[in-house]
Write a protein that binds this ligand. Sequence first.
Ligand SMILES: C[S@@+](CC[C@H](N)C(=O)[O-])C[C@H]1O[C@@H](n2cnc3c(N)ncnc32)[C@H](O)[C@@H]1O
Length: 423
Amino acid sequence: MHPKALLDACSELVRLTLKFDHPADAIVSRFFRDHRGLGPRERATLAETVYTVLRKKNLFDHFAPSGSGPKERRLAILGFYGPGDFLRSALSDQEINWLDQCEKIQPQDLMDRHRHNLPEWLVQPLKDQLGDGFWPLVESFNKGAGLDLRVNTFKAKRTDVQKALAESGIKALPTPYSPWGLRISGKPALNKHPAFVAGDFEVQDEGSQLLAMLLDAKRGEMVVDFCAGAGGKTLAIGAAMRSTGRLYAFDTSAGRLDAFKSRLARSGLSNVHPAAIAHERDDRVKRLSGKIDRVLVDAPCTGMGTLRRNPDLKWRQDMKAVEEMAVKQTAILQSAARLVKSGGRLVYATCSVLPQENEAIAQAFSEANKDFEPLDVGEVLTQLKVEQAATLCSGGDNGQCYLRLWPHQHQTDGFFAAVWQRK
Ligand SMILES: C[S@@+](CC[C@H](N)C(=O)[O-])C[C@H]1O[C@@H](n2cnc3c(N)ncnc32)[C@H](O)[C@@H]1O
């Protein structure tokens, strides 16, 4: 594609994304569907340009007024993903001049808001928790995420998948904490790889793998993944159960559960039972009350731990959304807890880094439900032979009460988890 045409396409995609009426990944996928002639490189340029604009929106909004032409074009120029010469061949002299001026500005000459590129409502909660760690977190949010795989241990061994990938020229190293994980260098296309097609691995962040591990589901048990969505964690739990027992995958979104079906077929698991529920107090939930060995509540959340992948989320939410989410999370956790039988385990998890969606929900639940005894996540992970488990945790007397993963410290998305045992 000619540089001018590619820049025009980038500007159009930036315009569509900045309406914030749909998630950015959905808008990008739709754009690609509507423009089937785009090649892989052009798609990469388009997607990365849009994501850079979303990541650095405060900074680019600060630079844009000194340029000329439609705003989305100025933003696309600033965020353009590709060689500088290629971009400049699409620009007017005036635009080249402006871009040169913008690129000369040093980070130390900028105001904090233009450096952190976060909405104000999100800044203080992060600074309060992290202190000096705030800027390293910001840096990792602005870099994009790596690529982790979870080996389907029901079908394959981690070393064998690693070898199969190496034979195709894909370098994969064992993840530091999850015994199921491989971390890939670069972003190779994997969905046609024979090992993927055979169901030997799934793409899954190492943090998500650790959440599924915390459930410690065993062969033959009755288990519920209460907010199963597209089933990422369900598959990990089903494999841990060696395809035995019964694993219910509940979700209020029938669409997400549908998307799960092809992954489930590939996984080879026969113990998973997806079921759409109307809400958390659905009759199906009532019928299973007190009968379940382990329940995972991977609650809907603001997703503020996933800003490396979903930078649009920070612009599409606010404190009011956090408060509304907390009400929903409390209700779902309370309802899901009724499923757990005496001696059974309950895990509450989010991919948010905000205490309002995490510690606050867990503490309130512990106070209101004295029959649920909080377990130290650090101890649970140590028993599961996860290396350096204590460094993944925070809270409580020994700092090991909750799982607390951070992109800048653990190279995972931001995750939280709390674990209880019913007395
Ligand atoms: C964080 S996502 C789950 C991701 C999924 N566990 C995975 O690993 O791929 C939260 C899910 O909760 C579902 N959800 C929202 N409200 C719910 C409710 N009241 N009961 C059950 N699920 C709900 C959403 O549809 C969404 O799929």
